[in-house]
Design a protein around this ligand. Structure first.
Ligand SMILES: [Zn+2]
Length: 338
């Protein structure tokens, strides 16, 4: 039985999955191996190879029958997997600067390797979960975490962009001044912009912009006693329990997302809008409310556009590895390996 593997390389863990020719996932849940990214390319790539053997064993696949591997990592990196020469938080070791991680892994494994950044991989999984393989549909995905990850699948293909910055959707500016109840807010983003999606709809947005704006309006609130980072992490849980301040913060985030999705609807006329990430790891009731607030935050749509569905990405913690595996499956089929 031939298969392909998906390898999601993060700062602390490598997550694996395997898929057979029919697109069936052979690893149900999380299959993790420690990441040694901080120790540089040589040690990290050996570690990935060791973990792949463990994952293949677990899936009941002989390593020789893994015909291609899909790798995804945090950026910044080119669309072909060349890590930024300026380094990044996850690849601090000096030898990573300008390192071709896709080529390096292909050499280490002796197998063809495809590459996606982690957000694009998660978006590809979300798209596949809805539309299946060989899809010709278009979707726009937002992953809400510390910042925003984004992914656009256009007519079935991942939009990577010339420099690997395709679908950096968190830094797209939105007309935030139209969000009710935020008069005078000044949402700054790490990237230097004011009023992009990430400055209003991320954990960092809660800490830097939304809590400082709303806390003074709720005197005596319990979160005022905590440091801003700790407080920000508690907002989702409290919102889920119905806390008025925290729900207001999530309403603003949902409305920001609504404005952003409206821009995407008018740009792509997509088949689906998709939301994922830690922000939605809450009760089903809260998820439903949040989705309805996204809709409420969108300007009026044309009748044809109003029906575009909004989905939640399933299997959040394995989304990257799954998307990477689907990209490898495409590579294997295009190269005649399957
Ligand atoms: Zn930004």
């Amino acid at each position: 039985m031939t298969a392909v593997a998906g390898v999601d390389l993060g700062g602390t863990a490598v997550n694996y999955t395997l898929v057979d020719e029919q697109g069936k996932f052979l690893v149900e849940d999380l299959c993790e191996y420690p990441s040694l990214a901080k120790q540089g390319p040589e040690i990290c790539l050996r570690q990935i190879a060791d973990g792949l053997k463990v994952a293949a064993d677990r899936a009941g696949v002989v390593l020789e029958d893994v015909v291609a591997v899909g790798l995804d990592t945090p950026g910044p990196a080119s669309s072909a997997g060349l890590l930024s020469a300026r380094g990044s938080t996850n690849f601090v070791h000096a030898k990573w600067a300008g390192f071709d991680i896709r080529e390096g892994l292909a050499h280490k494994l002796g197998k063809p390797v495809s590459y996606l950044n982690d957000a694009n991989a998660a978006a590809l999984w979300g798209h596949y979960a809805i539309f299946g393989g060989n899809s010709k549909e278009t979707s726009v995905s937002i992953i809400i975490g510390t910042g925003n990850g984004g992914g656009i699948i256009l007519d079935g293909n991942v939009v990577k962009g010339k420099n690997g910055f395709g679908a950096e959707l968190g830094h797209v500016l939105i007309p935030y001044q139209s969000i009710a109840g935020t008069e005078g807010i000044n949402p700054r983003c790490n990237c230097g912009r004011t009023g992009d999606l990430e400055s209003l709809c991320s954990l960092t947005a809660i800490e830097r912009n939304l809590l400082p704006y709303f806390l003074p309006r709720y005197p005596g609130h319990e979160l005022a006693k905590l440091d801003s980072h700790q407080a920000a992490k508690m907002v989702r849980g409290l919102a889920d329990k119905g806390d008025a301040l925290c729900k207001e913060i999530f309403r603003v985030q949902a409305h920001a997302l609504g404005l952003f999705f409206d821009e995407m609807v008018n740009t792509f006329d997509p088949d689906a809008l998709i939301v994922g990430g830690g922000a939605l790891e809450a009760s089903e009731e809260f998820q439903k409310w949040f989705m309805s607030e996204i809709r409420a935050g969108m300007p009026n749509q044309r009748e044809e556009q109003a029906g575009i569905p909004i989905y939640v990405i399933p299997n959040g913690d394995t989304a990257g590895a799954r998307g990477a595996a689907i990209e490898a499956l495409n590579l294997a089929k295009q190269s005649g390996l399957m």
